[in-house]
Ligand binder design. Structure first.
Ligand SMILES: Cc1cc2nc3c(=O)[nH]c(=O)nc-3n(C[C@H](O)[C@H](O)[C@H](O)COP(=O)(O)OP(=O)(O)OC[C@H]3O[C@@H](n4cnc5c(N)ncnc54)[C@H](O)[C@@H]3O)c2cc1C
Ligand code: SF4
Length: 562
């Protein structure tokens, strides 16, 4: 075995939102850092297919198994990765989307960047369900401010209590269909405000402002949106303090005779050999569920249930965002006057949670994401034309219908808070290993009535909005037996928990600084420490928390406490 001689200050596993932020903050603080990343090098600024027309490819940009969101999409990975399976318990429906590349899922993500609000950290105190976090909004707020300043975000100051305002770049104006949505929302008393996305609309730290090409999902060549490699890892490398090892699949964290983490064992995917890298501090940031897997697979005589898992809570309290969607056709939008609706990638308006749960039959809220309008069409565009009033057809009539109806479709998607429950968790499958010989995860998933009633409410709201716009919905209202159309667990790709933080080592893995209760030089910097979801997408909070954790590590190193 080829053992590297060097002992680093910190080893970070994973280079996505959490790992990228930890690398940035720790190298700025002067630490000598090594990063293990399972995927290959990829920078949007060099490798993106941002302005490629779909017709440049014989496949017309259609998706592949490894590019589920389209051939030119910025992310390498997907629902299935060859040789890296996961399993589900009988009766469980769960999907796990994984990226394998420098920057992980930040190369493709929707860039919807919402701060968790004060109530989101204290839900049990408010409604008696789930658990409170050991920290509050005030602990994370300064880091949200720093993330806003460093990375950049567009939005507007609204003064909504549980939707904290940030330090925003000006938001882009609503598109045509977004004005119609705003009008219908106002009528139905649904709050509709400018979206908050990590796209810069003014130059920032040497990065150019967005030029509104609408191609964020492919990765931005001008670095105008956030991806970890261009915005965090490149400056970390520029300090000369970061050693990046790609194609390195971490297998387990090694414990020394003193009970502290001493090294990480990983497979070099270039030659299949297993090797180790030594560090004084280990930071897991391989994504929430993958970090839980690493701990569960790090068994020793001292930690027979997996590292830092004497409480048995590693892999527990996992959640995903709930998802429900309704699409429809809006006659007022057909026969568009041709105009450019590309804009800043994703949506320009959204609806934060606007109701009081005391009057509802579910405990937590959701926000609404919107899409519609015209973009450069790709393969399979306008599939399902038979659902429009003239019912499709052949030849000239079909072409005329494409022109008439393209841009007249609108979609609403709800993104809500799931409450953790005892029947939803992951564990190591004793019978299955991946192509590296590493045991894989097995998932158990159950929605409660909390989530099902919430998604029913989404369906009713979206149908009311489409009716208010004078439109027709494409699909019938799903029944209770169909779960009101709730997306499968994992399908919204916001998995959190599995190494949650808390004050009690019997019921949590990490303390309030995301430091393992049982191993003081072991930290988690992805979505694993989250105690609860929120009615918000999680990544802005992952970034802020990872920076806070890194500051704590730097401070402890300075005091020689680590
Ligand atoms: C299509 C899509 C849309 C999304 N939209 C939004 C959105 O609009 N807003 C939002 O807030 N969030 C969104 N998300 C979620 C967001 O991408 C994640 O919350 C975020 O990237 C999580 O960061 P992370 O660091 O925990 O994990 P990741 O970004 O997944 O990074 C983990 C990294 O660890 C590496 N890794 C994994 N296992 C190992 C191992 N054993 N050894 C070494 N390296 C390993 C992976 O290769 C990867 O690079 C979206 C995700 C997707 C896929
Ligand atoms: S829309 Fe803006 S941020 Fe997105 S890829 Fe185009 S230029 Fe970059």
């Amino acid at each position: 075995m080829n053992l590297p001689k060097k002992k680093y200050d910190v080893c970070i596993i994973g280079s996505g939102a959490g790992g990228g932020m930890a690398a940035y903050a720790l190298t700025q603080a002067g630490a000598d850092v090594v990063m293990l990343e399972a995927g290959d090098v990829w920078y949007a600024s060099k490798n993106s297919k941002m302005l490629f027309p779909n017709y440049a490819s014989p496949r017309r940009g259609a998706s592949t198994r490894f590019k589920p969101f389209g051939e030119f999409d910025g992310c390498e990975g997907g629902w299935e990765i060859e040789g890296e399976p996961y399993t589900t318990a009988p009766g469980t429906s769960f999907l796990w989307w994984r990226a394998r590349m420098l920057g992980g899922r930040t190369n493709h993500w929707g860039r919807i960047s919402l701060r968790f609000g004060p109530d989101d950290f204290k839900r049990k105190s408010i409604d008696g369900i789930g658990d409170d976090w050991p920290i509050g909004y005030e602990d994370v707020a300064p880091y949200f401010d720093r993330v806003d300043r460093l990375i950049g975000i567009y939005g507007s100051k609204e003064g909504i209590r549980n939707e904290p305002d940030g330090i925003f770049h000006p938001p882009p104006a609503p598109r045509c269909y977004e004005y119609l949505i705003k009008k219908a929302s106002d009528k139905l008393k649904i709050t509709c405000i400018p979206a908050r996305r990590s796209v810069i609309t003014k130059p920032l730290n040497g990065r150019a402002a967005c030029h509104y090409c609408g191609q964020c999902g492919r990765g931005c060549s001008t670095r105008s949106n956030f991806s970890s490699p261009d915005v965090l890892i490149a400056p970390a490398l520029a300090t000369g303090k970061l050693k990046l090892i790609t194609n390195a699949m971490a297998r387990e964290v090694i414990i020394g005779p003193d009970g502290l983490a001493s090294a990480v064992s990983y497979i070099d995917k270039n030659n299949g050999e297993e090797t180790q890298v030594e560090a004084r501090i280990i930071v897991l940031a391989a994504s929430a569920l993958e970090s839980a897997r690493l701990l569960l697979n790090s068994k020793s005589t001292r930690f027979p249930q997996g590292l830092a898992n004497s409480s048995g809570t590693v892999g527990k309290y996992i959640t995903d965002t709930t998802g429900g969607a309704v699409s429809g056709y809006i006659p007022a939008m057909e026969n568009h006057v041709t105009h450019n609706e590309d804009g800043a990638g994703g949506m320009h308006v959204y609806m934060p949670w606007w109701l009081n749960n005391k009057k509802l039959d579910f405990p937590r809220g959701y926000h609404i994401e919107v899409s519609g309008g015209v973009r450069a069409p790709g393969a399979g565009f306008m599939g399902g034309i038979h659902r429009y009033p003239s019912g499709g057809g052949y030849g000239k009539k079909l072409k005329d219908d494409y022109r008439r109806y393209y841009g007249a479709t609108i979609s609403f998607e709800g993104r809500g808070e799931m409450v953790p429950n005892d029947d939803t968790y992951c564990e190591v499958d004793p019978n299955t290993v991946d192509r590296f010989g590493i045991p894989v995860l097995r998932f158990h998933w159950k929605w409660q009535d909390y989530e099902l009633n919430q998604v029913k409410h989404m369906q009713e709201t979206f149908r009311a909005l489409i009716a208010e716009m004078g439109g027709q919905v494409f699909s019938p209202m799903p029944t209770k037996e169909q779960g009101y159309g709730i997306a499968a667990g994992g399908q919204i790709i916001h998995e959190l928990g599995g190494t949650r933080m808390g004050n009690d080592p019997k019921t949590s893995v990490l303390n309030a600084n995301c430091q393992a209760h049982e191993v003081k030089n072991l930290f988690v910097a992805d979505g694993g420490p989250f105690v609860s979801q929120a009615d918000k997408n999680p990544t802005w909070t992952i970034l802020a928390l990872a920076w806070r954790t890194s500051d704590y590590i730097a401070d402890q190193m300075k005091k020689r406490a680590l």
